[in-house]
Design a protein. Sequence first.
Length: 218
Amino acid sequence: MSDVISIGLFKSVSSFLEILGVVSSFVHNVPFLPKLGRTGSYEVLEHETRLELMDVEGKVAVYEKRQQVRFVQDNIIAIQDKAWGVGEIFADYQCSPGVAVDRYKEGHRYRVLISLRQTKNKGDIENIYIRRAIKNGFTRHSEDIQTEVDHYIKNFRITVVFPSQRPPIEVSLVRQNSTRTTILGQDHIHRLADGRYEVRWETRHPRVFEAYIMAWKW
């Protein structure tokens, strides 16, 4: 009896593995099925969000986003940028490559449509640079900068630069959706040659759809 059961079980497992192999082959070869954890028209190889506080009162700041992306679809002619926050968040806006051709508000966020002025195809790699000047956006004792991960990212970094006359008192990294907070110690804070303070946090393969917040008191 045990031999019969063993043979039957072997056949069932074999059939299951055969079906699984067919399904796996189908998923692998159908181009319109997205890869797990990948969304949109491109994946991000390198991402850095950088905020530079230009004065001790937080009245002027420069936000920069640098991404090296690899397109995963053909015939891409435009991408979107997202922005939110307090103050005048679009005091100045620059992007490269391309031109910002439209901007609209969706909830509390703005979406910026950037025409690339060229067609990108699957496998193409491009360096994307966004720069925004922000006025009266970081004037409180406690502030933060948030980055939402909505694409697959290989390497991820958040940097905040403080004036030499007003260094941070405490800095933490918050994973909003995971409800995790990590206090960033002195190994994350560096004194630059000009006397300013730079706080940097980085990781590999951040969770897609997670919101990473660098919060500080100063």
